[in-house]
Write a protein that binds this ligand. Structure first.
Ligand code: SF4
Length: 360
């Protein structure tokens, strides 16, 4: 078991920032831009035990909770990312009310690229192991997390026409393959597989299960008859052509319905977290791409182009869904390319793409 670090609470007492969070888990509209993942999110917790060093969540969702997290010992949500997991409560009445609100939202009010889907999860992982030093508490939290996921899925299946997109880094998802199957084409199952290199995964996703385990889980999902997709998101500056090719070859064997891809982006303190983890692991990274906006944009354009080219050679072009960041359409980025009009059209096509959903 990994150690749980203690935080300092409002009253100066040290506490374990792994606990129940006194707020119900409900379906809420999400704010994805150009992602085509879902219209709503269902998040089981604040925080994530996978603690990916690149993670964008502490920069967006978690920072907003700042003051509310302090009594749980989370004084710096960004620096402490990966050390806290506050599991939301199950309140069936509130969940059903949120489900009804989502189900009855007129299509005209929904972004078409969301596929009327709910994503599990957008700001945490639905299948993480919740570490707590007290065995009883650990069991209680683990069981409650399982109940949150399974019961909510059953209610969505039986009380709505909404779709579900599962996104996880954990093989624990296998526990729910039977439930996924009962959704038929209303559910797609996907995992994040940015690289097959374990040394990179240990730096960028230090507490998440190894990429080989994720690949094996995706294969099992495919064999179980599920509709699978893959997110190479985010890829890292150290993912060279050799690594990208190996990853894309393995993904092509899964025949995913969609392959999402985006290069890593700089968000708040993530570069500092990545560099600290790399130093601890004794790995030298290509972190010079983070030196300036221009160097990052050049790296991102090249990474997108490389995946575009390699994916084509594996017959994945039709289902490749690239996520170029909005800033790649800025004047700075446009000035760096030879044919601005063609590049702008290329970006627009990616930004307006609607991801695939199985036919019903
Ligand atoms: S699994 Fe997802 S939410 Fe959790 S730390 Fe990693 S990127 Fe962030």
């Amino acid at each position: 078991m990994l150690p749980v670090q203690k935080g300092s609470g409002e009253n100066g007492q040290h506490q374990i920032p792994v606990d129940f969070w006194p707020h119900a888990a409900v379906i809420a509209p999400n704010n994805f831009v150009y992602k085509s993942l879902s219209n709503w999110s269902f998040n089981i917790a604040v925080g994530c035990s996978h603690g990916c060093t690149f993670c964008y969540v502490p920069n967006a969702a978690t920072i907003k909770q700042g003051a509310a997290l302090a009594p749980f010992g989370v004084t710096d949500p960004d620096a402490q990312w990966g050390q806290y997991v506050l599991l939301r409560e199950w309140d069936e009445k509130k969940f059903l009310a949120s489900l009804s609100a989502a189900e009855n939202t007129p299509k005209t009010q929904l972004k078409a690229d969301g596929n009327r889907a709910i994503i599990y999860c957008s700001t945490t992982d639905p299948y993480q192991v919740i570490y707590h030093p007290d065995a009883l508490k650990r069991k209680e939290l683990g069981q409650a997390a399982r109940h949150l996921v399974r019961r909510s899925l059953e209610l969505i299946r039986d009380n709505s026409t909404l779709n579900v997109r599962i996104l996880t880094r954990s093989p624990m998802a296998r526990l729910d393959f039977d439930l996924y199957k009962s959704f038929g084409p209303r559910l797609v199952f996907g995992m994040s597989v940015p690289t097959l290199r374990d040394d990179l995964a240990r730096v960028y996703e230090p507490k998440a299960p190894a990429p080989s385990q994720r690949l094996a889980t995706l294969k099992a999902a495919k064999e179980a008859g599920l509709h699978v997709y893959v997110a190479m998101a985010p890829t890292y500056p150290d993912c060279d052509r050799h690594d990208m090719t190996a990853t894309l070859q393995a993904i092509s064997e899964l025949e995913p319905i969609t392959l999402f891809m985006e290069p890593i982006n700089i968000r708040a303190e993530n570069v500092r977290r990545i560099e600290a983890q790399a130093e601890a692991a004794g790995l030298r990274l290509k972190s010079d791409v983070f030196a300036s906006t221009e160097t990052w944009q050049e790296y991102a354009r090249n990474a997108l182009k490389l995946v575009h080219t390699v994916a084509k050679s594996y017959g994945l072009s039709d289902r490749l869904h690239l996520w170029p960041d909005k800033s790649l359409g800025s004047q700075t980025s446009l000035r760096a390319v030879p044919d601005q009009a063609a590049y702008r059209r290329w970006l627009e096509k990616r930004w307006s793409r609607v991801s695939e959903w199985p036919a019903k």
